[in-house]
Design a protein around this ligand. Structure first.
Ligand code: ADP
Length: 426
């Protein structure tokens, strides 16, 4: 699959998702604010309408005190004193006409002359626009005195409506502006989100390329040796022993390398679970180093242990063992006769330190910064000769990091390398 194409389409997808999320969030935010403002603005009007409606239904002020209600000639309680709220305009609808036009006088002529009764307003407070520009909140109730007649109560809400219209305009404008801004924000975010993906894609490709290259070499050697053996079926095993031994050693290298690759692949997918236990560091290091001390002495190298941490760690013993083995193996591989190797442990503040140093061939300045990269080897030929594949220190670094520690490679004086590991104490 073409990398650029995949990355571009993934970035576009991220961008669209972020844009949708932004738009939804702004939309919801605007709608909630708008709804709250609208209901707050109408709240007082609606409570006036509800009170007036109830007042009319129950028969007015007189009825509250058990008296015969006082009514005007239209049958309404009078709109004065404790009467109908003066904000509220009552329209009496009879046979589709306003029967109290005279009572509401100028207001009637000005506003309601062309209005008709809307049964949907019965019992429900709603908005009505008169002459296309005057806004009212309204509710209707059946008129008790005459069957088929209704009283419609209206309150003018032009100032509130103006405010709401202005607010709506501002909200729409701001939303449009924010959506435009979020297009650029989504673009920038999607690019940022893609960066680690691109990086890990590149690393993955490089890893696979290196791995196949590394696997190909021993495979080619084994194939050549086997083909050679095929050409001489009459020979005895003893006569072709060298070829068989070489194939076997390459097979071992292959199996070691695939195990290392598997460890790293699992580390990448965070599939590997550490099984941490409390470990006496000095005792643990001493036990791991024991057999290596003997190997060192056999090859005329000295190995000293200075274990003074007197510390306990919470660590996975199997992984810690693997870490020490990688460093000890390297120390033995990259030192010559009469060189010395030292392993020391000590504690400082709340950290435990393990140092593996040697007086061997050392590492170049460039090497120090790349030593933990996968497949990096200072001297490929020498490393290969020693059975190395450049994966050991990557695994070591992963082990240390997964224990929340750090690992450093430093020059040793006058020659050689120091690997310093810092781990948190228990
Ligand atoms: P390898 O299997 O090649 O040893 P490592 O990841 O363990 O792989 O090491 C990477 C490279 O680091 C080695 O090829 C070697 O060049 C260098 N290196 C590691 N340890 C030492 C050491 N103690 N002294 C000198 N060079 C070292």
């Amino acid at each position: 699959m073409n990398k650029n194409k995949v990355i571009r389409s993934q970035q576009l997808r991220f961008m669209v998702y972020t844009l949708i999320a932004f738009t939804l969030l702004f939309g919801m935010f605007g709608a909630i604010i708008f709804g709250r403002i609208q209901s707050t603005l109408y709240a007082k009007t609606d409570s006036d309408l509800t009170a007036s409606k109830r007042w009319l239904e129950t028969g007015g002020a007189g009825a509250e005190r058990g008296k015969e209600p006082v009514r005007d000639k239209y049958g309404f309680p009078p709109a004065k004193g404790r009467g109908l709220n003066p904000r509220v305009i009552p329209l009496l609808w009879s046979d589709g006409h306003i029967a109290n036009a005279e009572q509401i006088g100028f207001t009637y002529n000005h506003y309601f002359s062309e209005m008709s009764f809307d049964p949907a307003t019965i019992g429900v407070i709603s908005n009505v626009t008169v002459q296309g520009k005057y806004h009212f909140r309204t509710v209707s109730i059946p008129y008790p005195a005459a069957e088929g007649s209704y009283v419609q109560l209206l309150v003018n809400v032009d100032p509130e409506q103006n405010l709401i219209d202005n607010f709506k305009r501002i909200i729409i404008l701001c939303s449009a502006l924010f959506i435009l801004l979020s297009i650029s924000a989504s673009y920038i975010l999607s690019r940022k989100m893609m960066k680690p993906i691109i990086r890990s894609w590149d690393k993955q490709v490089e890893f696979v390329e290196n791995a196949s290259h590394e696997l190909r070499t021993p495979l080619t050697i084994i194939q050549n040796k086997l083909e050679l053996l095929q050409t001489m079926p009459e020979k005895r095993i003893i006569d072709t022993f060298e070829n068989i031994a070489l194939s076997l050693s390459e097979t071992r290298r292959l199996s070691r390398m695939t195990a290392d690759l598997l460890t790293l692949a699992r580390a990448d997918s965070t599939e590997t679970q550490l099984e941490k236990q409390t470990i006496e560091l000095d005792e643990f290091v001493n036990n791991v180093c024991g057999p290596y001390k003997e190997i060192a002495e056999l090859s005329e190298k000295s190995m000293q242990l200075r274990l003074q941490s007197r510390t306990r760690l919470k660590a996975d013993p199997e992984r810690l063992h693997q870490l020490l083995v990688i460093l000890l193996d390297n120390a033995l591989k990259y030192t010559g006769e009469h060189d010395s190797i030292a392993i020391s442990t000590y504690a400082k503040e709340n950290k435990a330190f393990i140092e593996v140093s040697d007086t061997g061939i050392g590492i170049s300045e460039e090497g120090l910064s790349r030593i933990f990269d996968r497949f990096y080897r200072e001297d490929r030929a020498r490393s290969r000769e020693q059975g190395g594949s450049g994966l050991g220190l990557s695994i070591a670094q992963w082990i240390v990091h997964s224990h929340h520690g750090t690992i450093q490679a430093l020059h040793n004086e006058p020659k050689g390398v120091i690997f310093r590991i810092r781990l948190p104490k228990q």
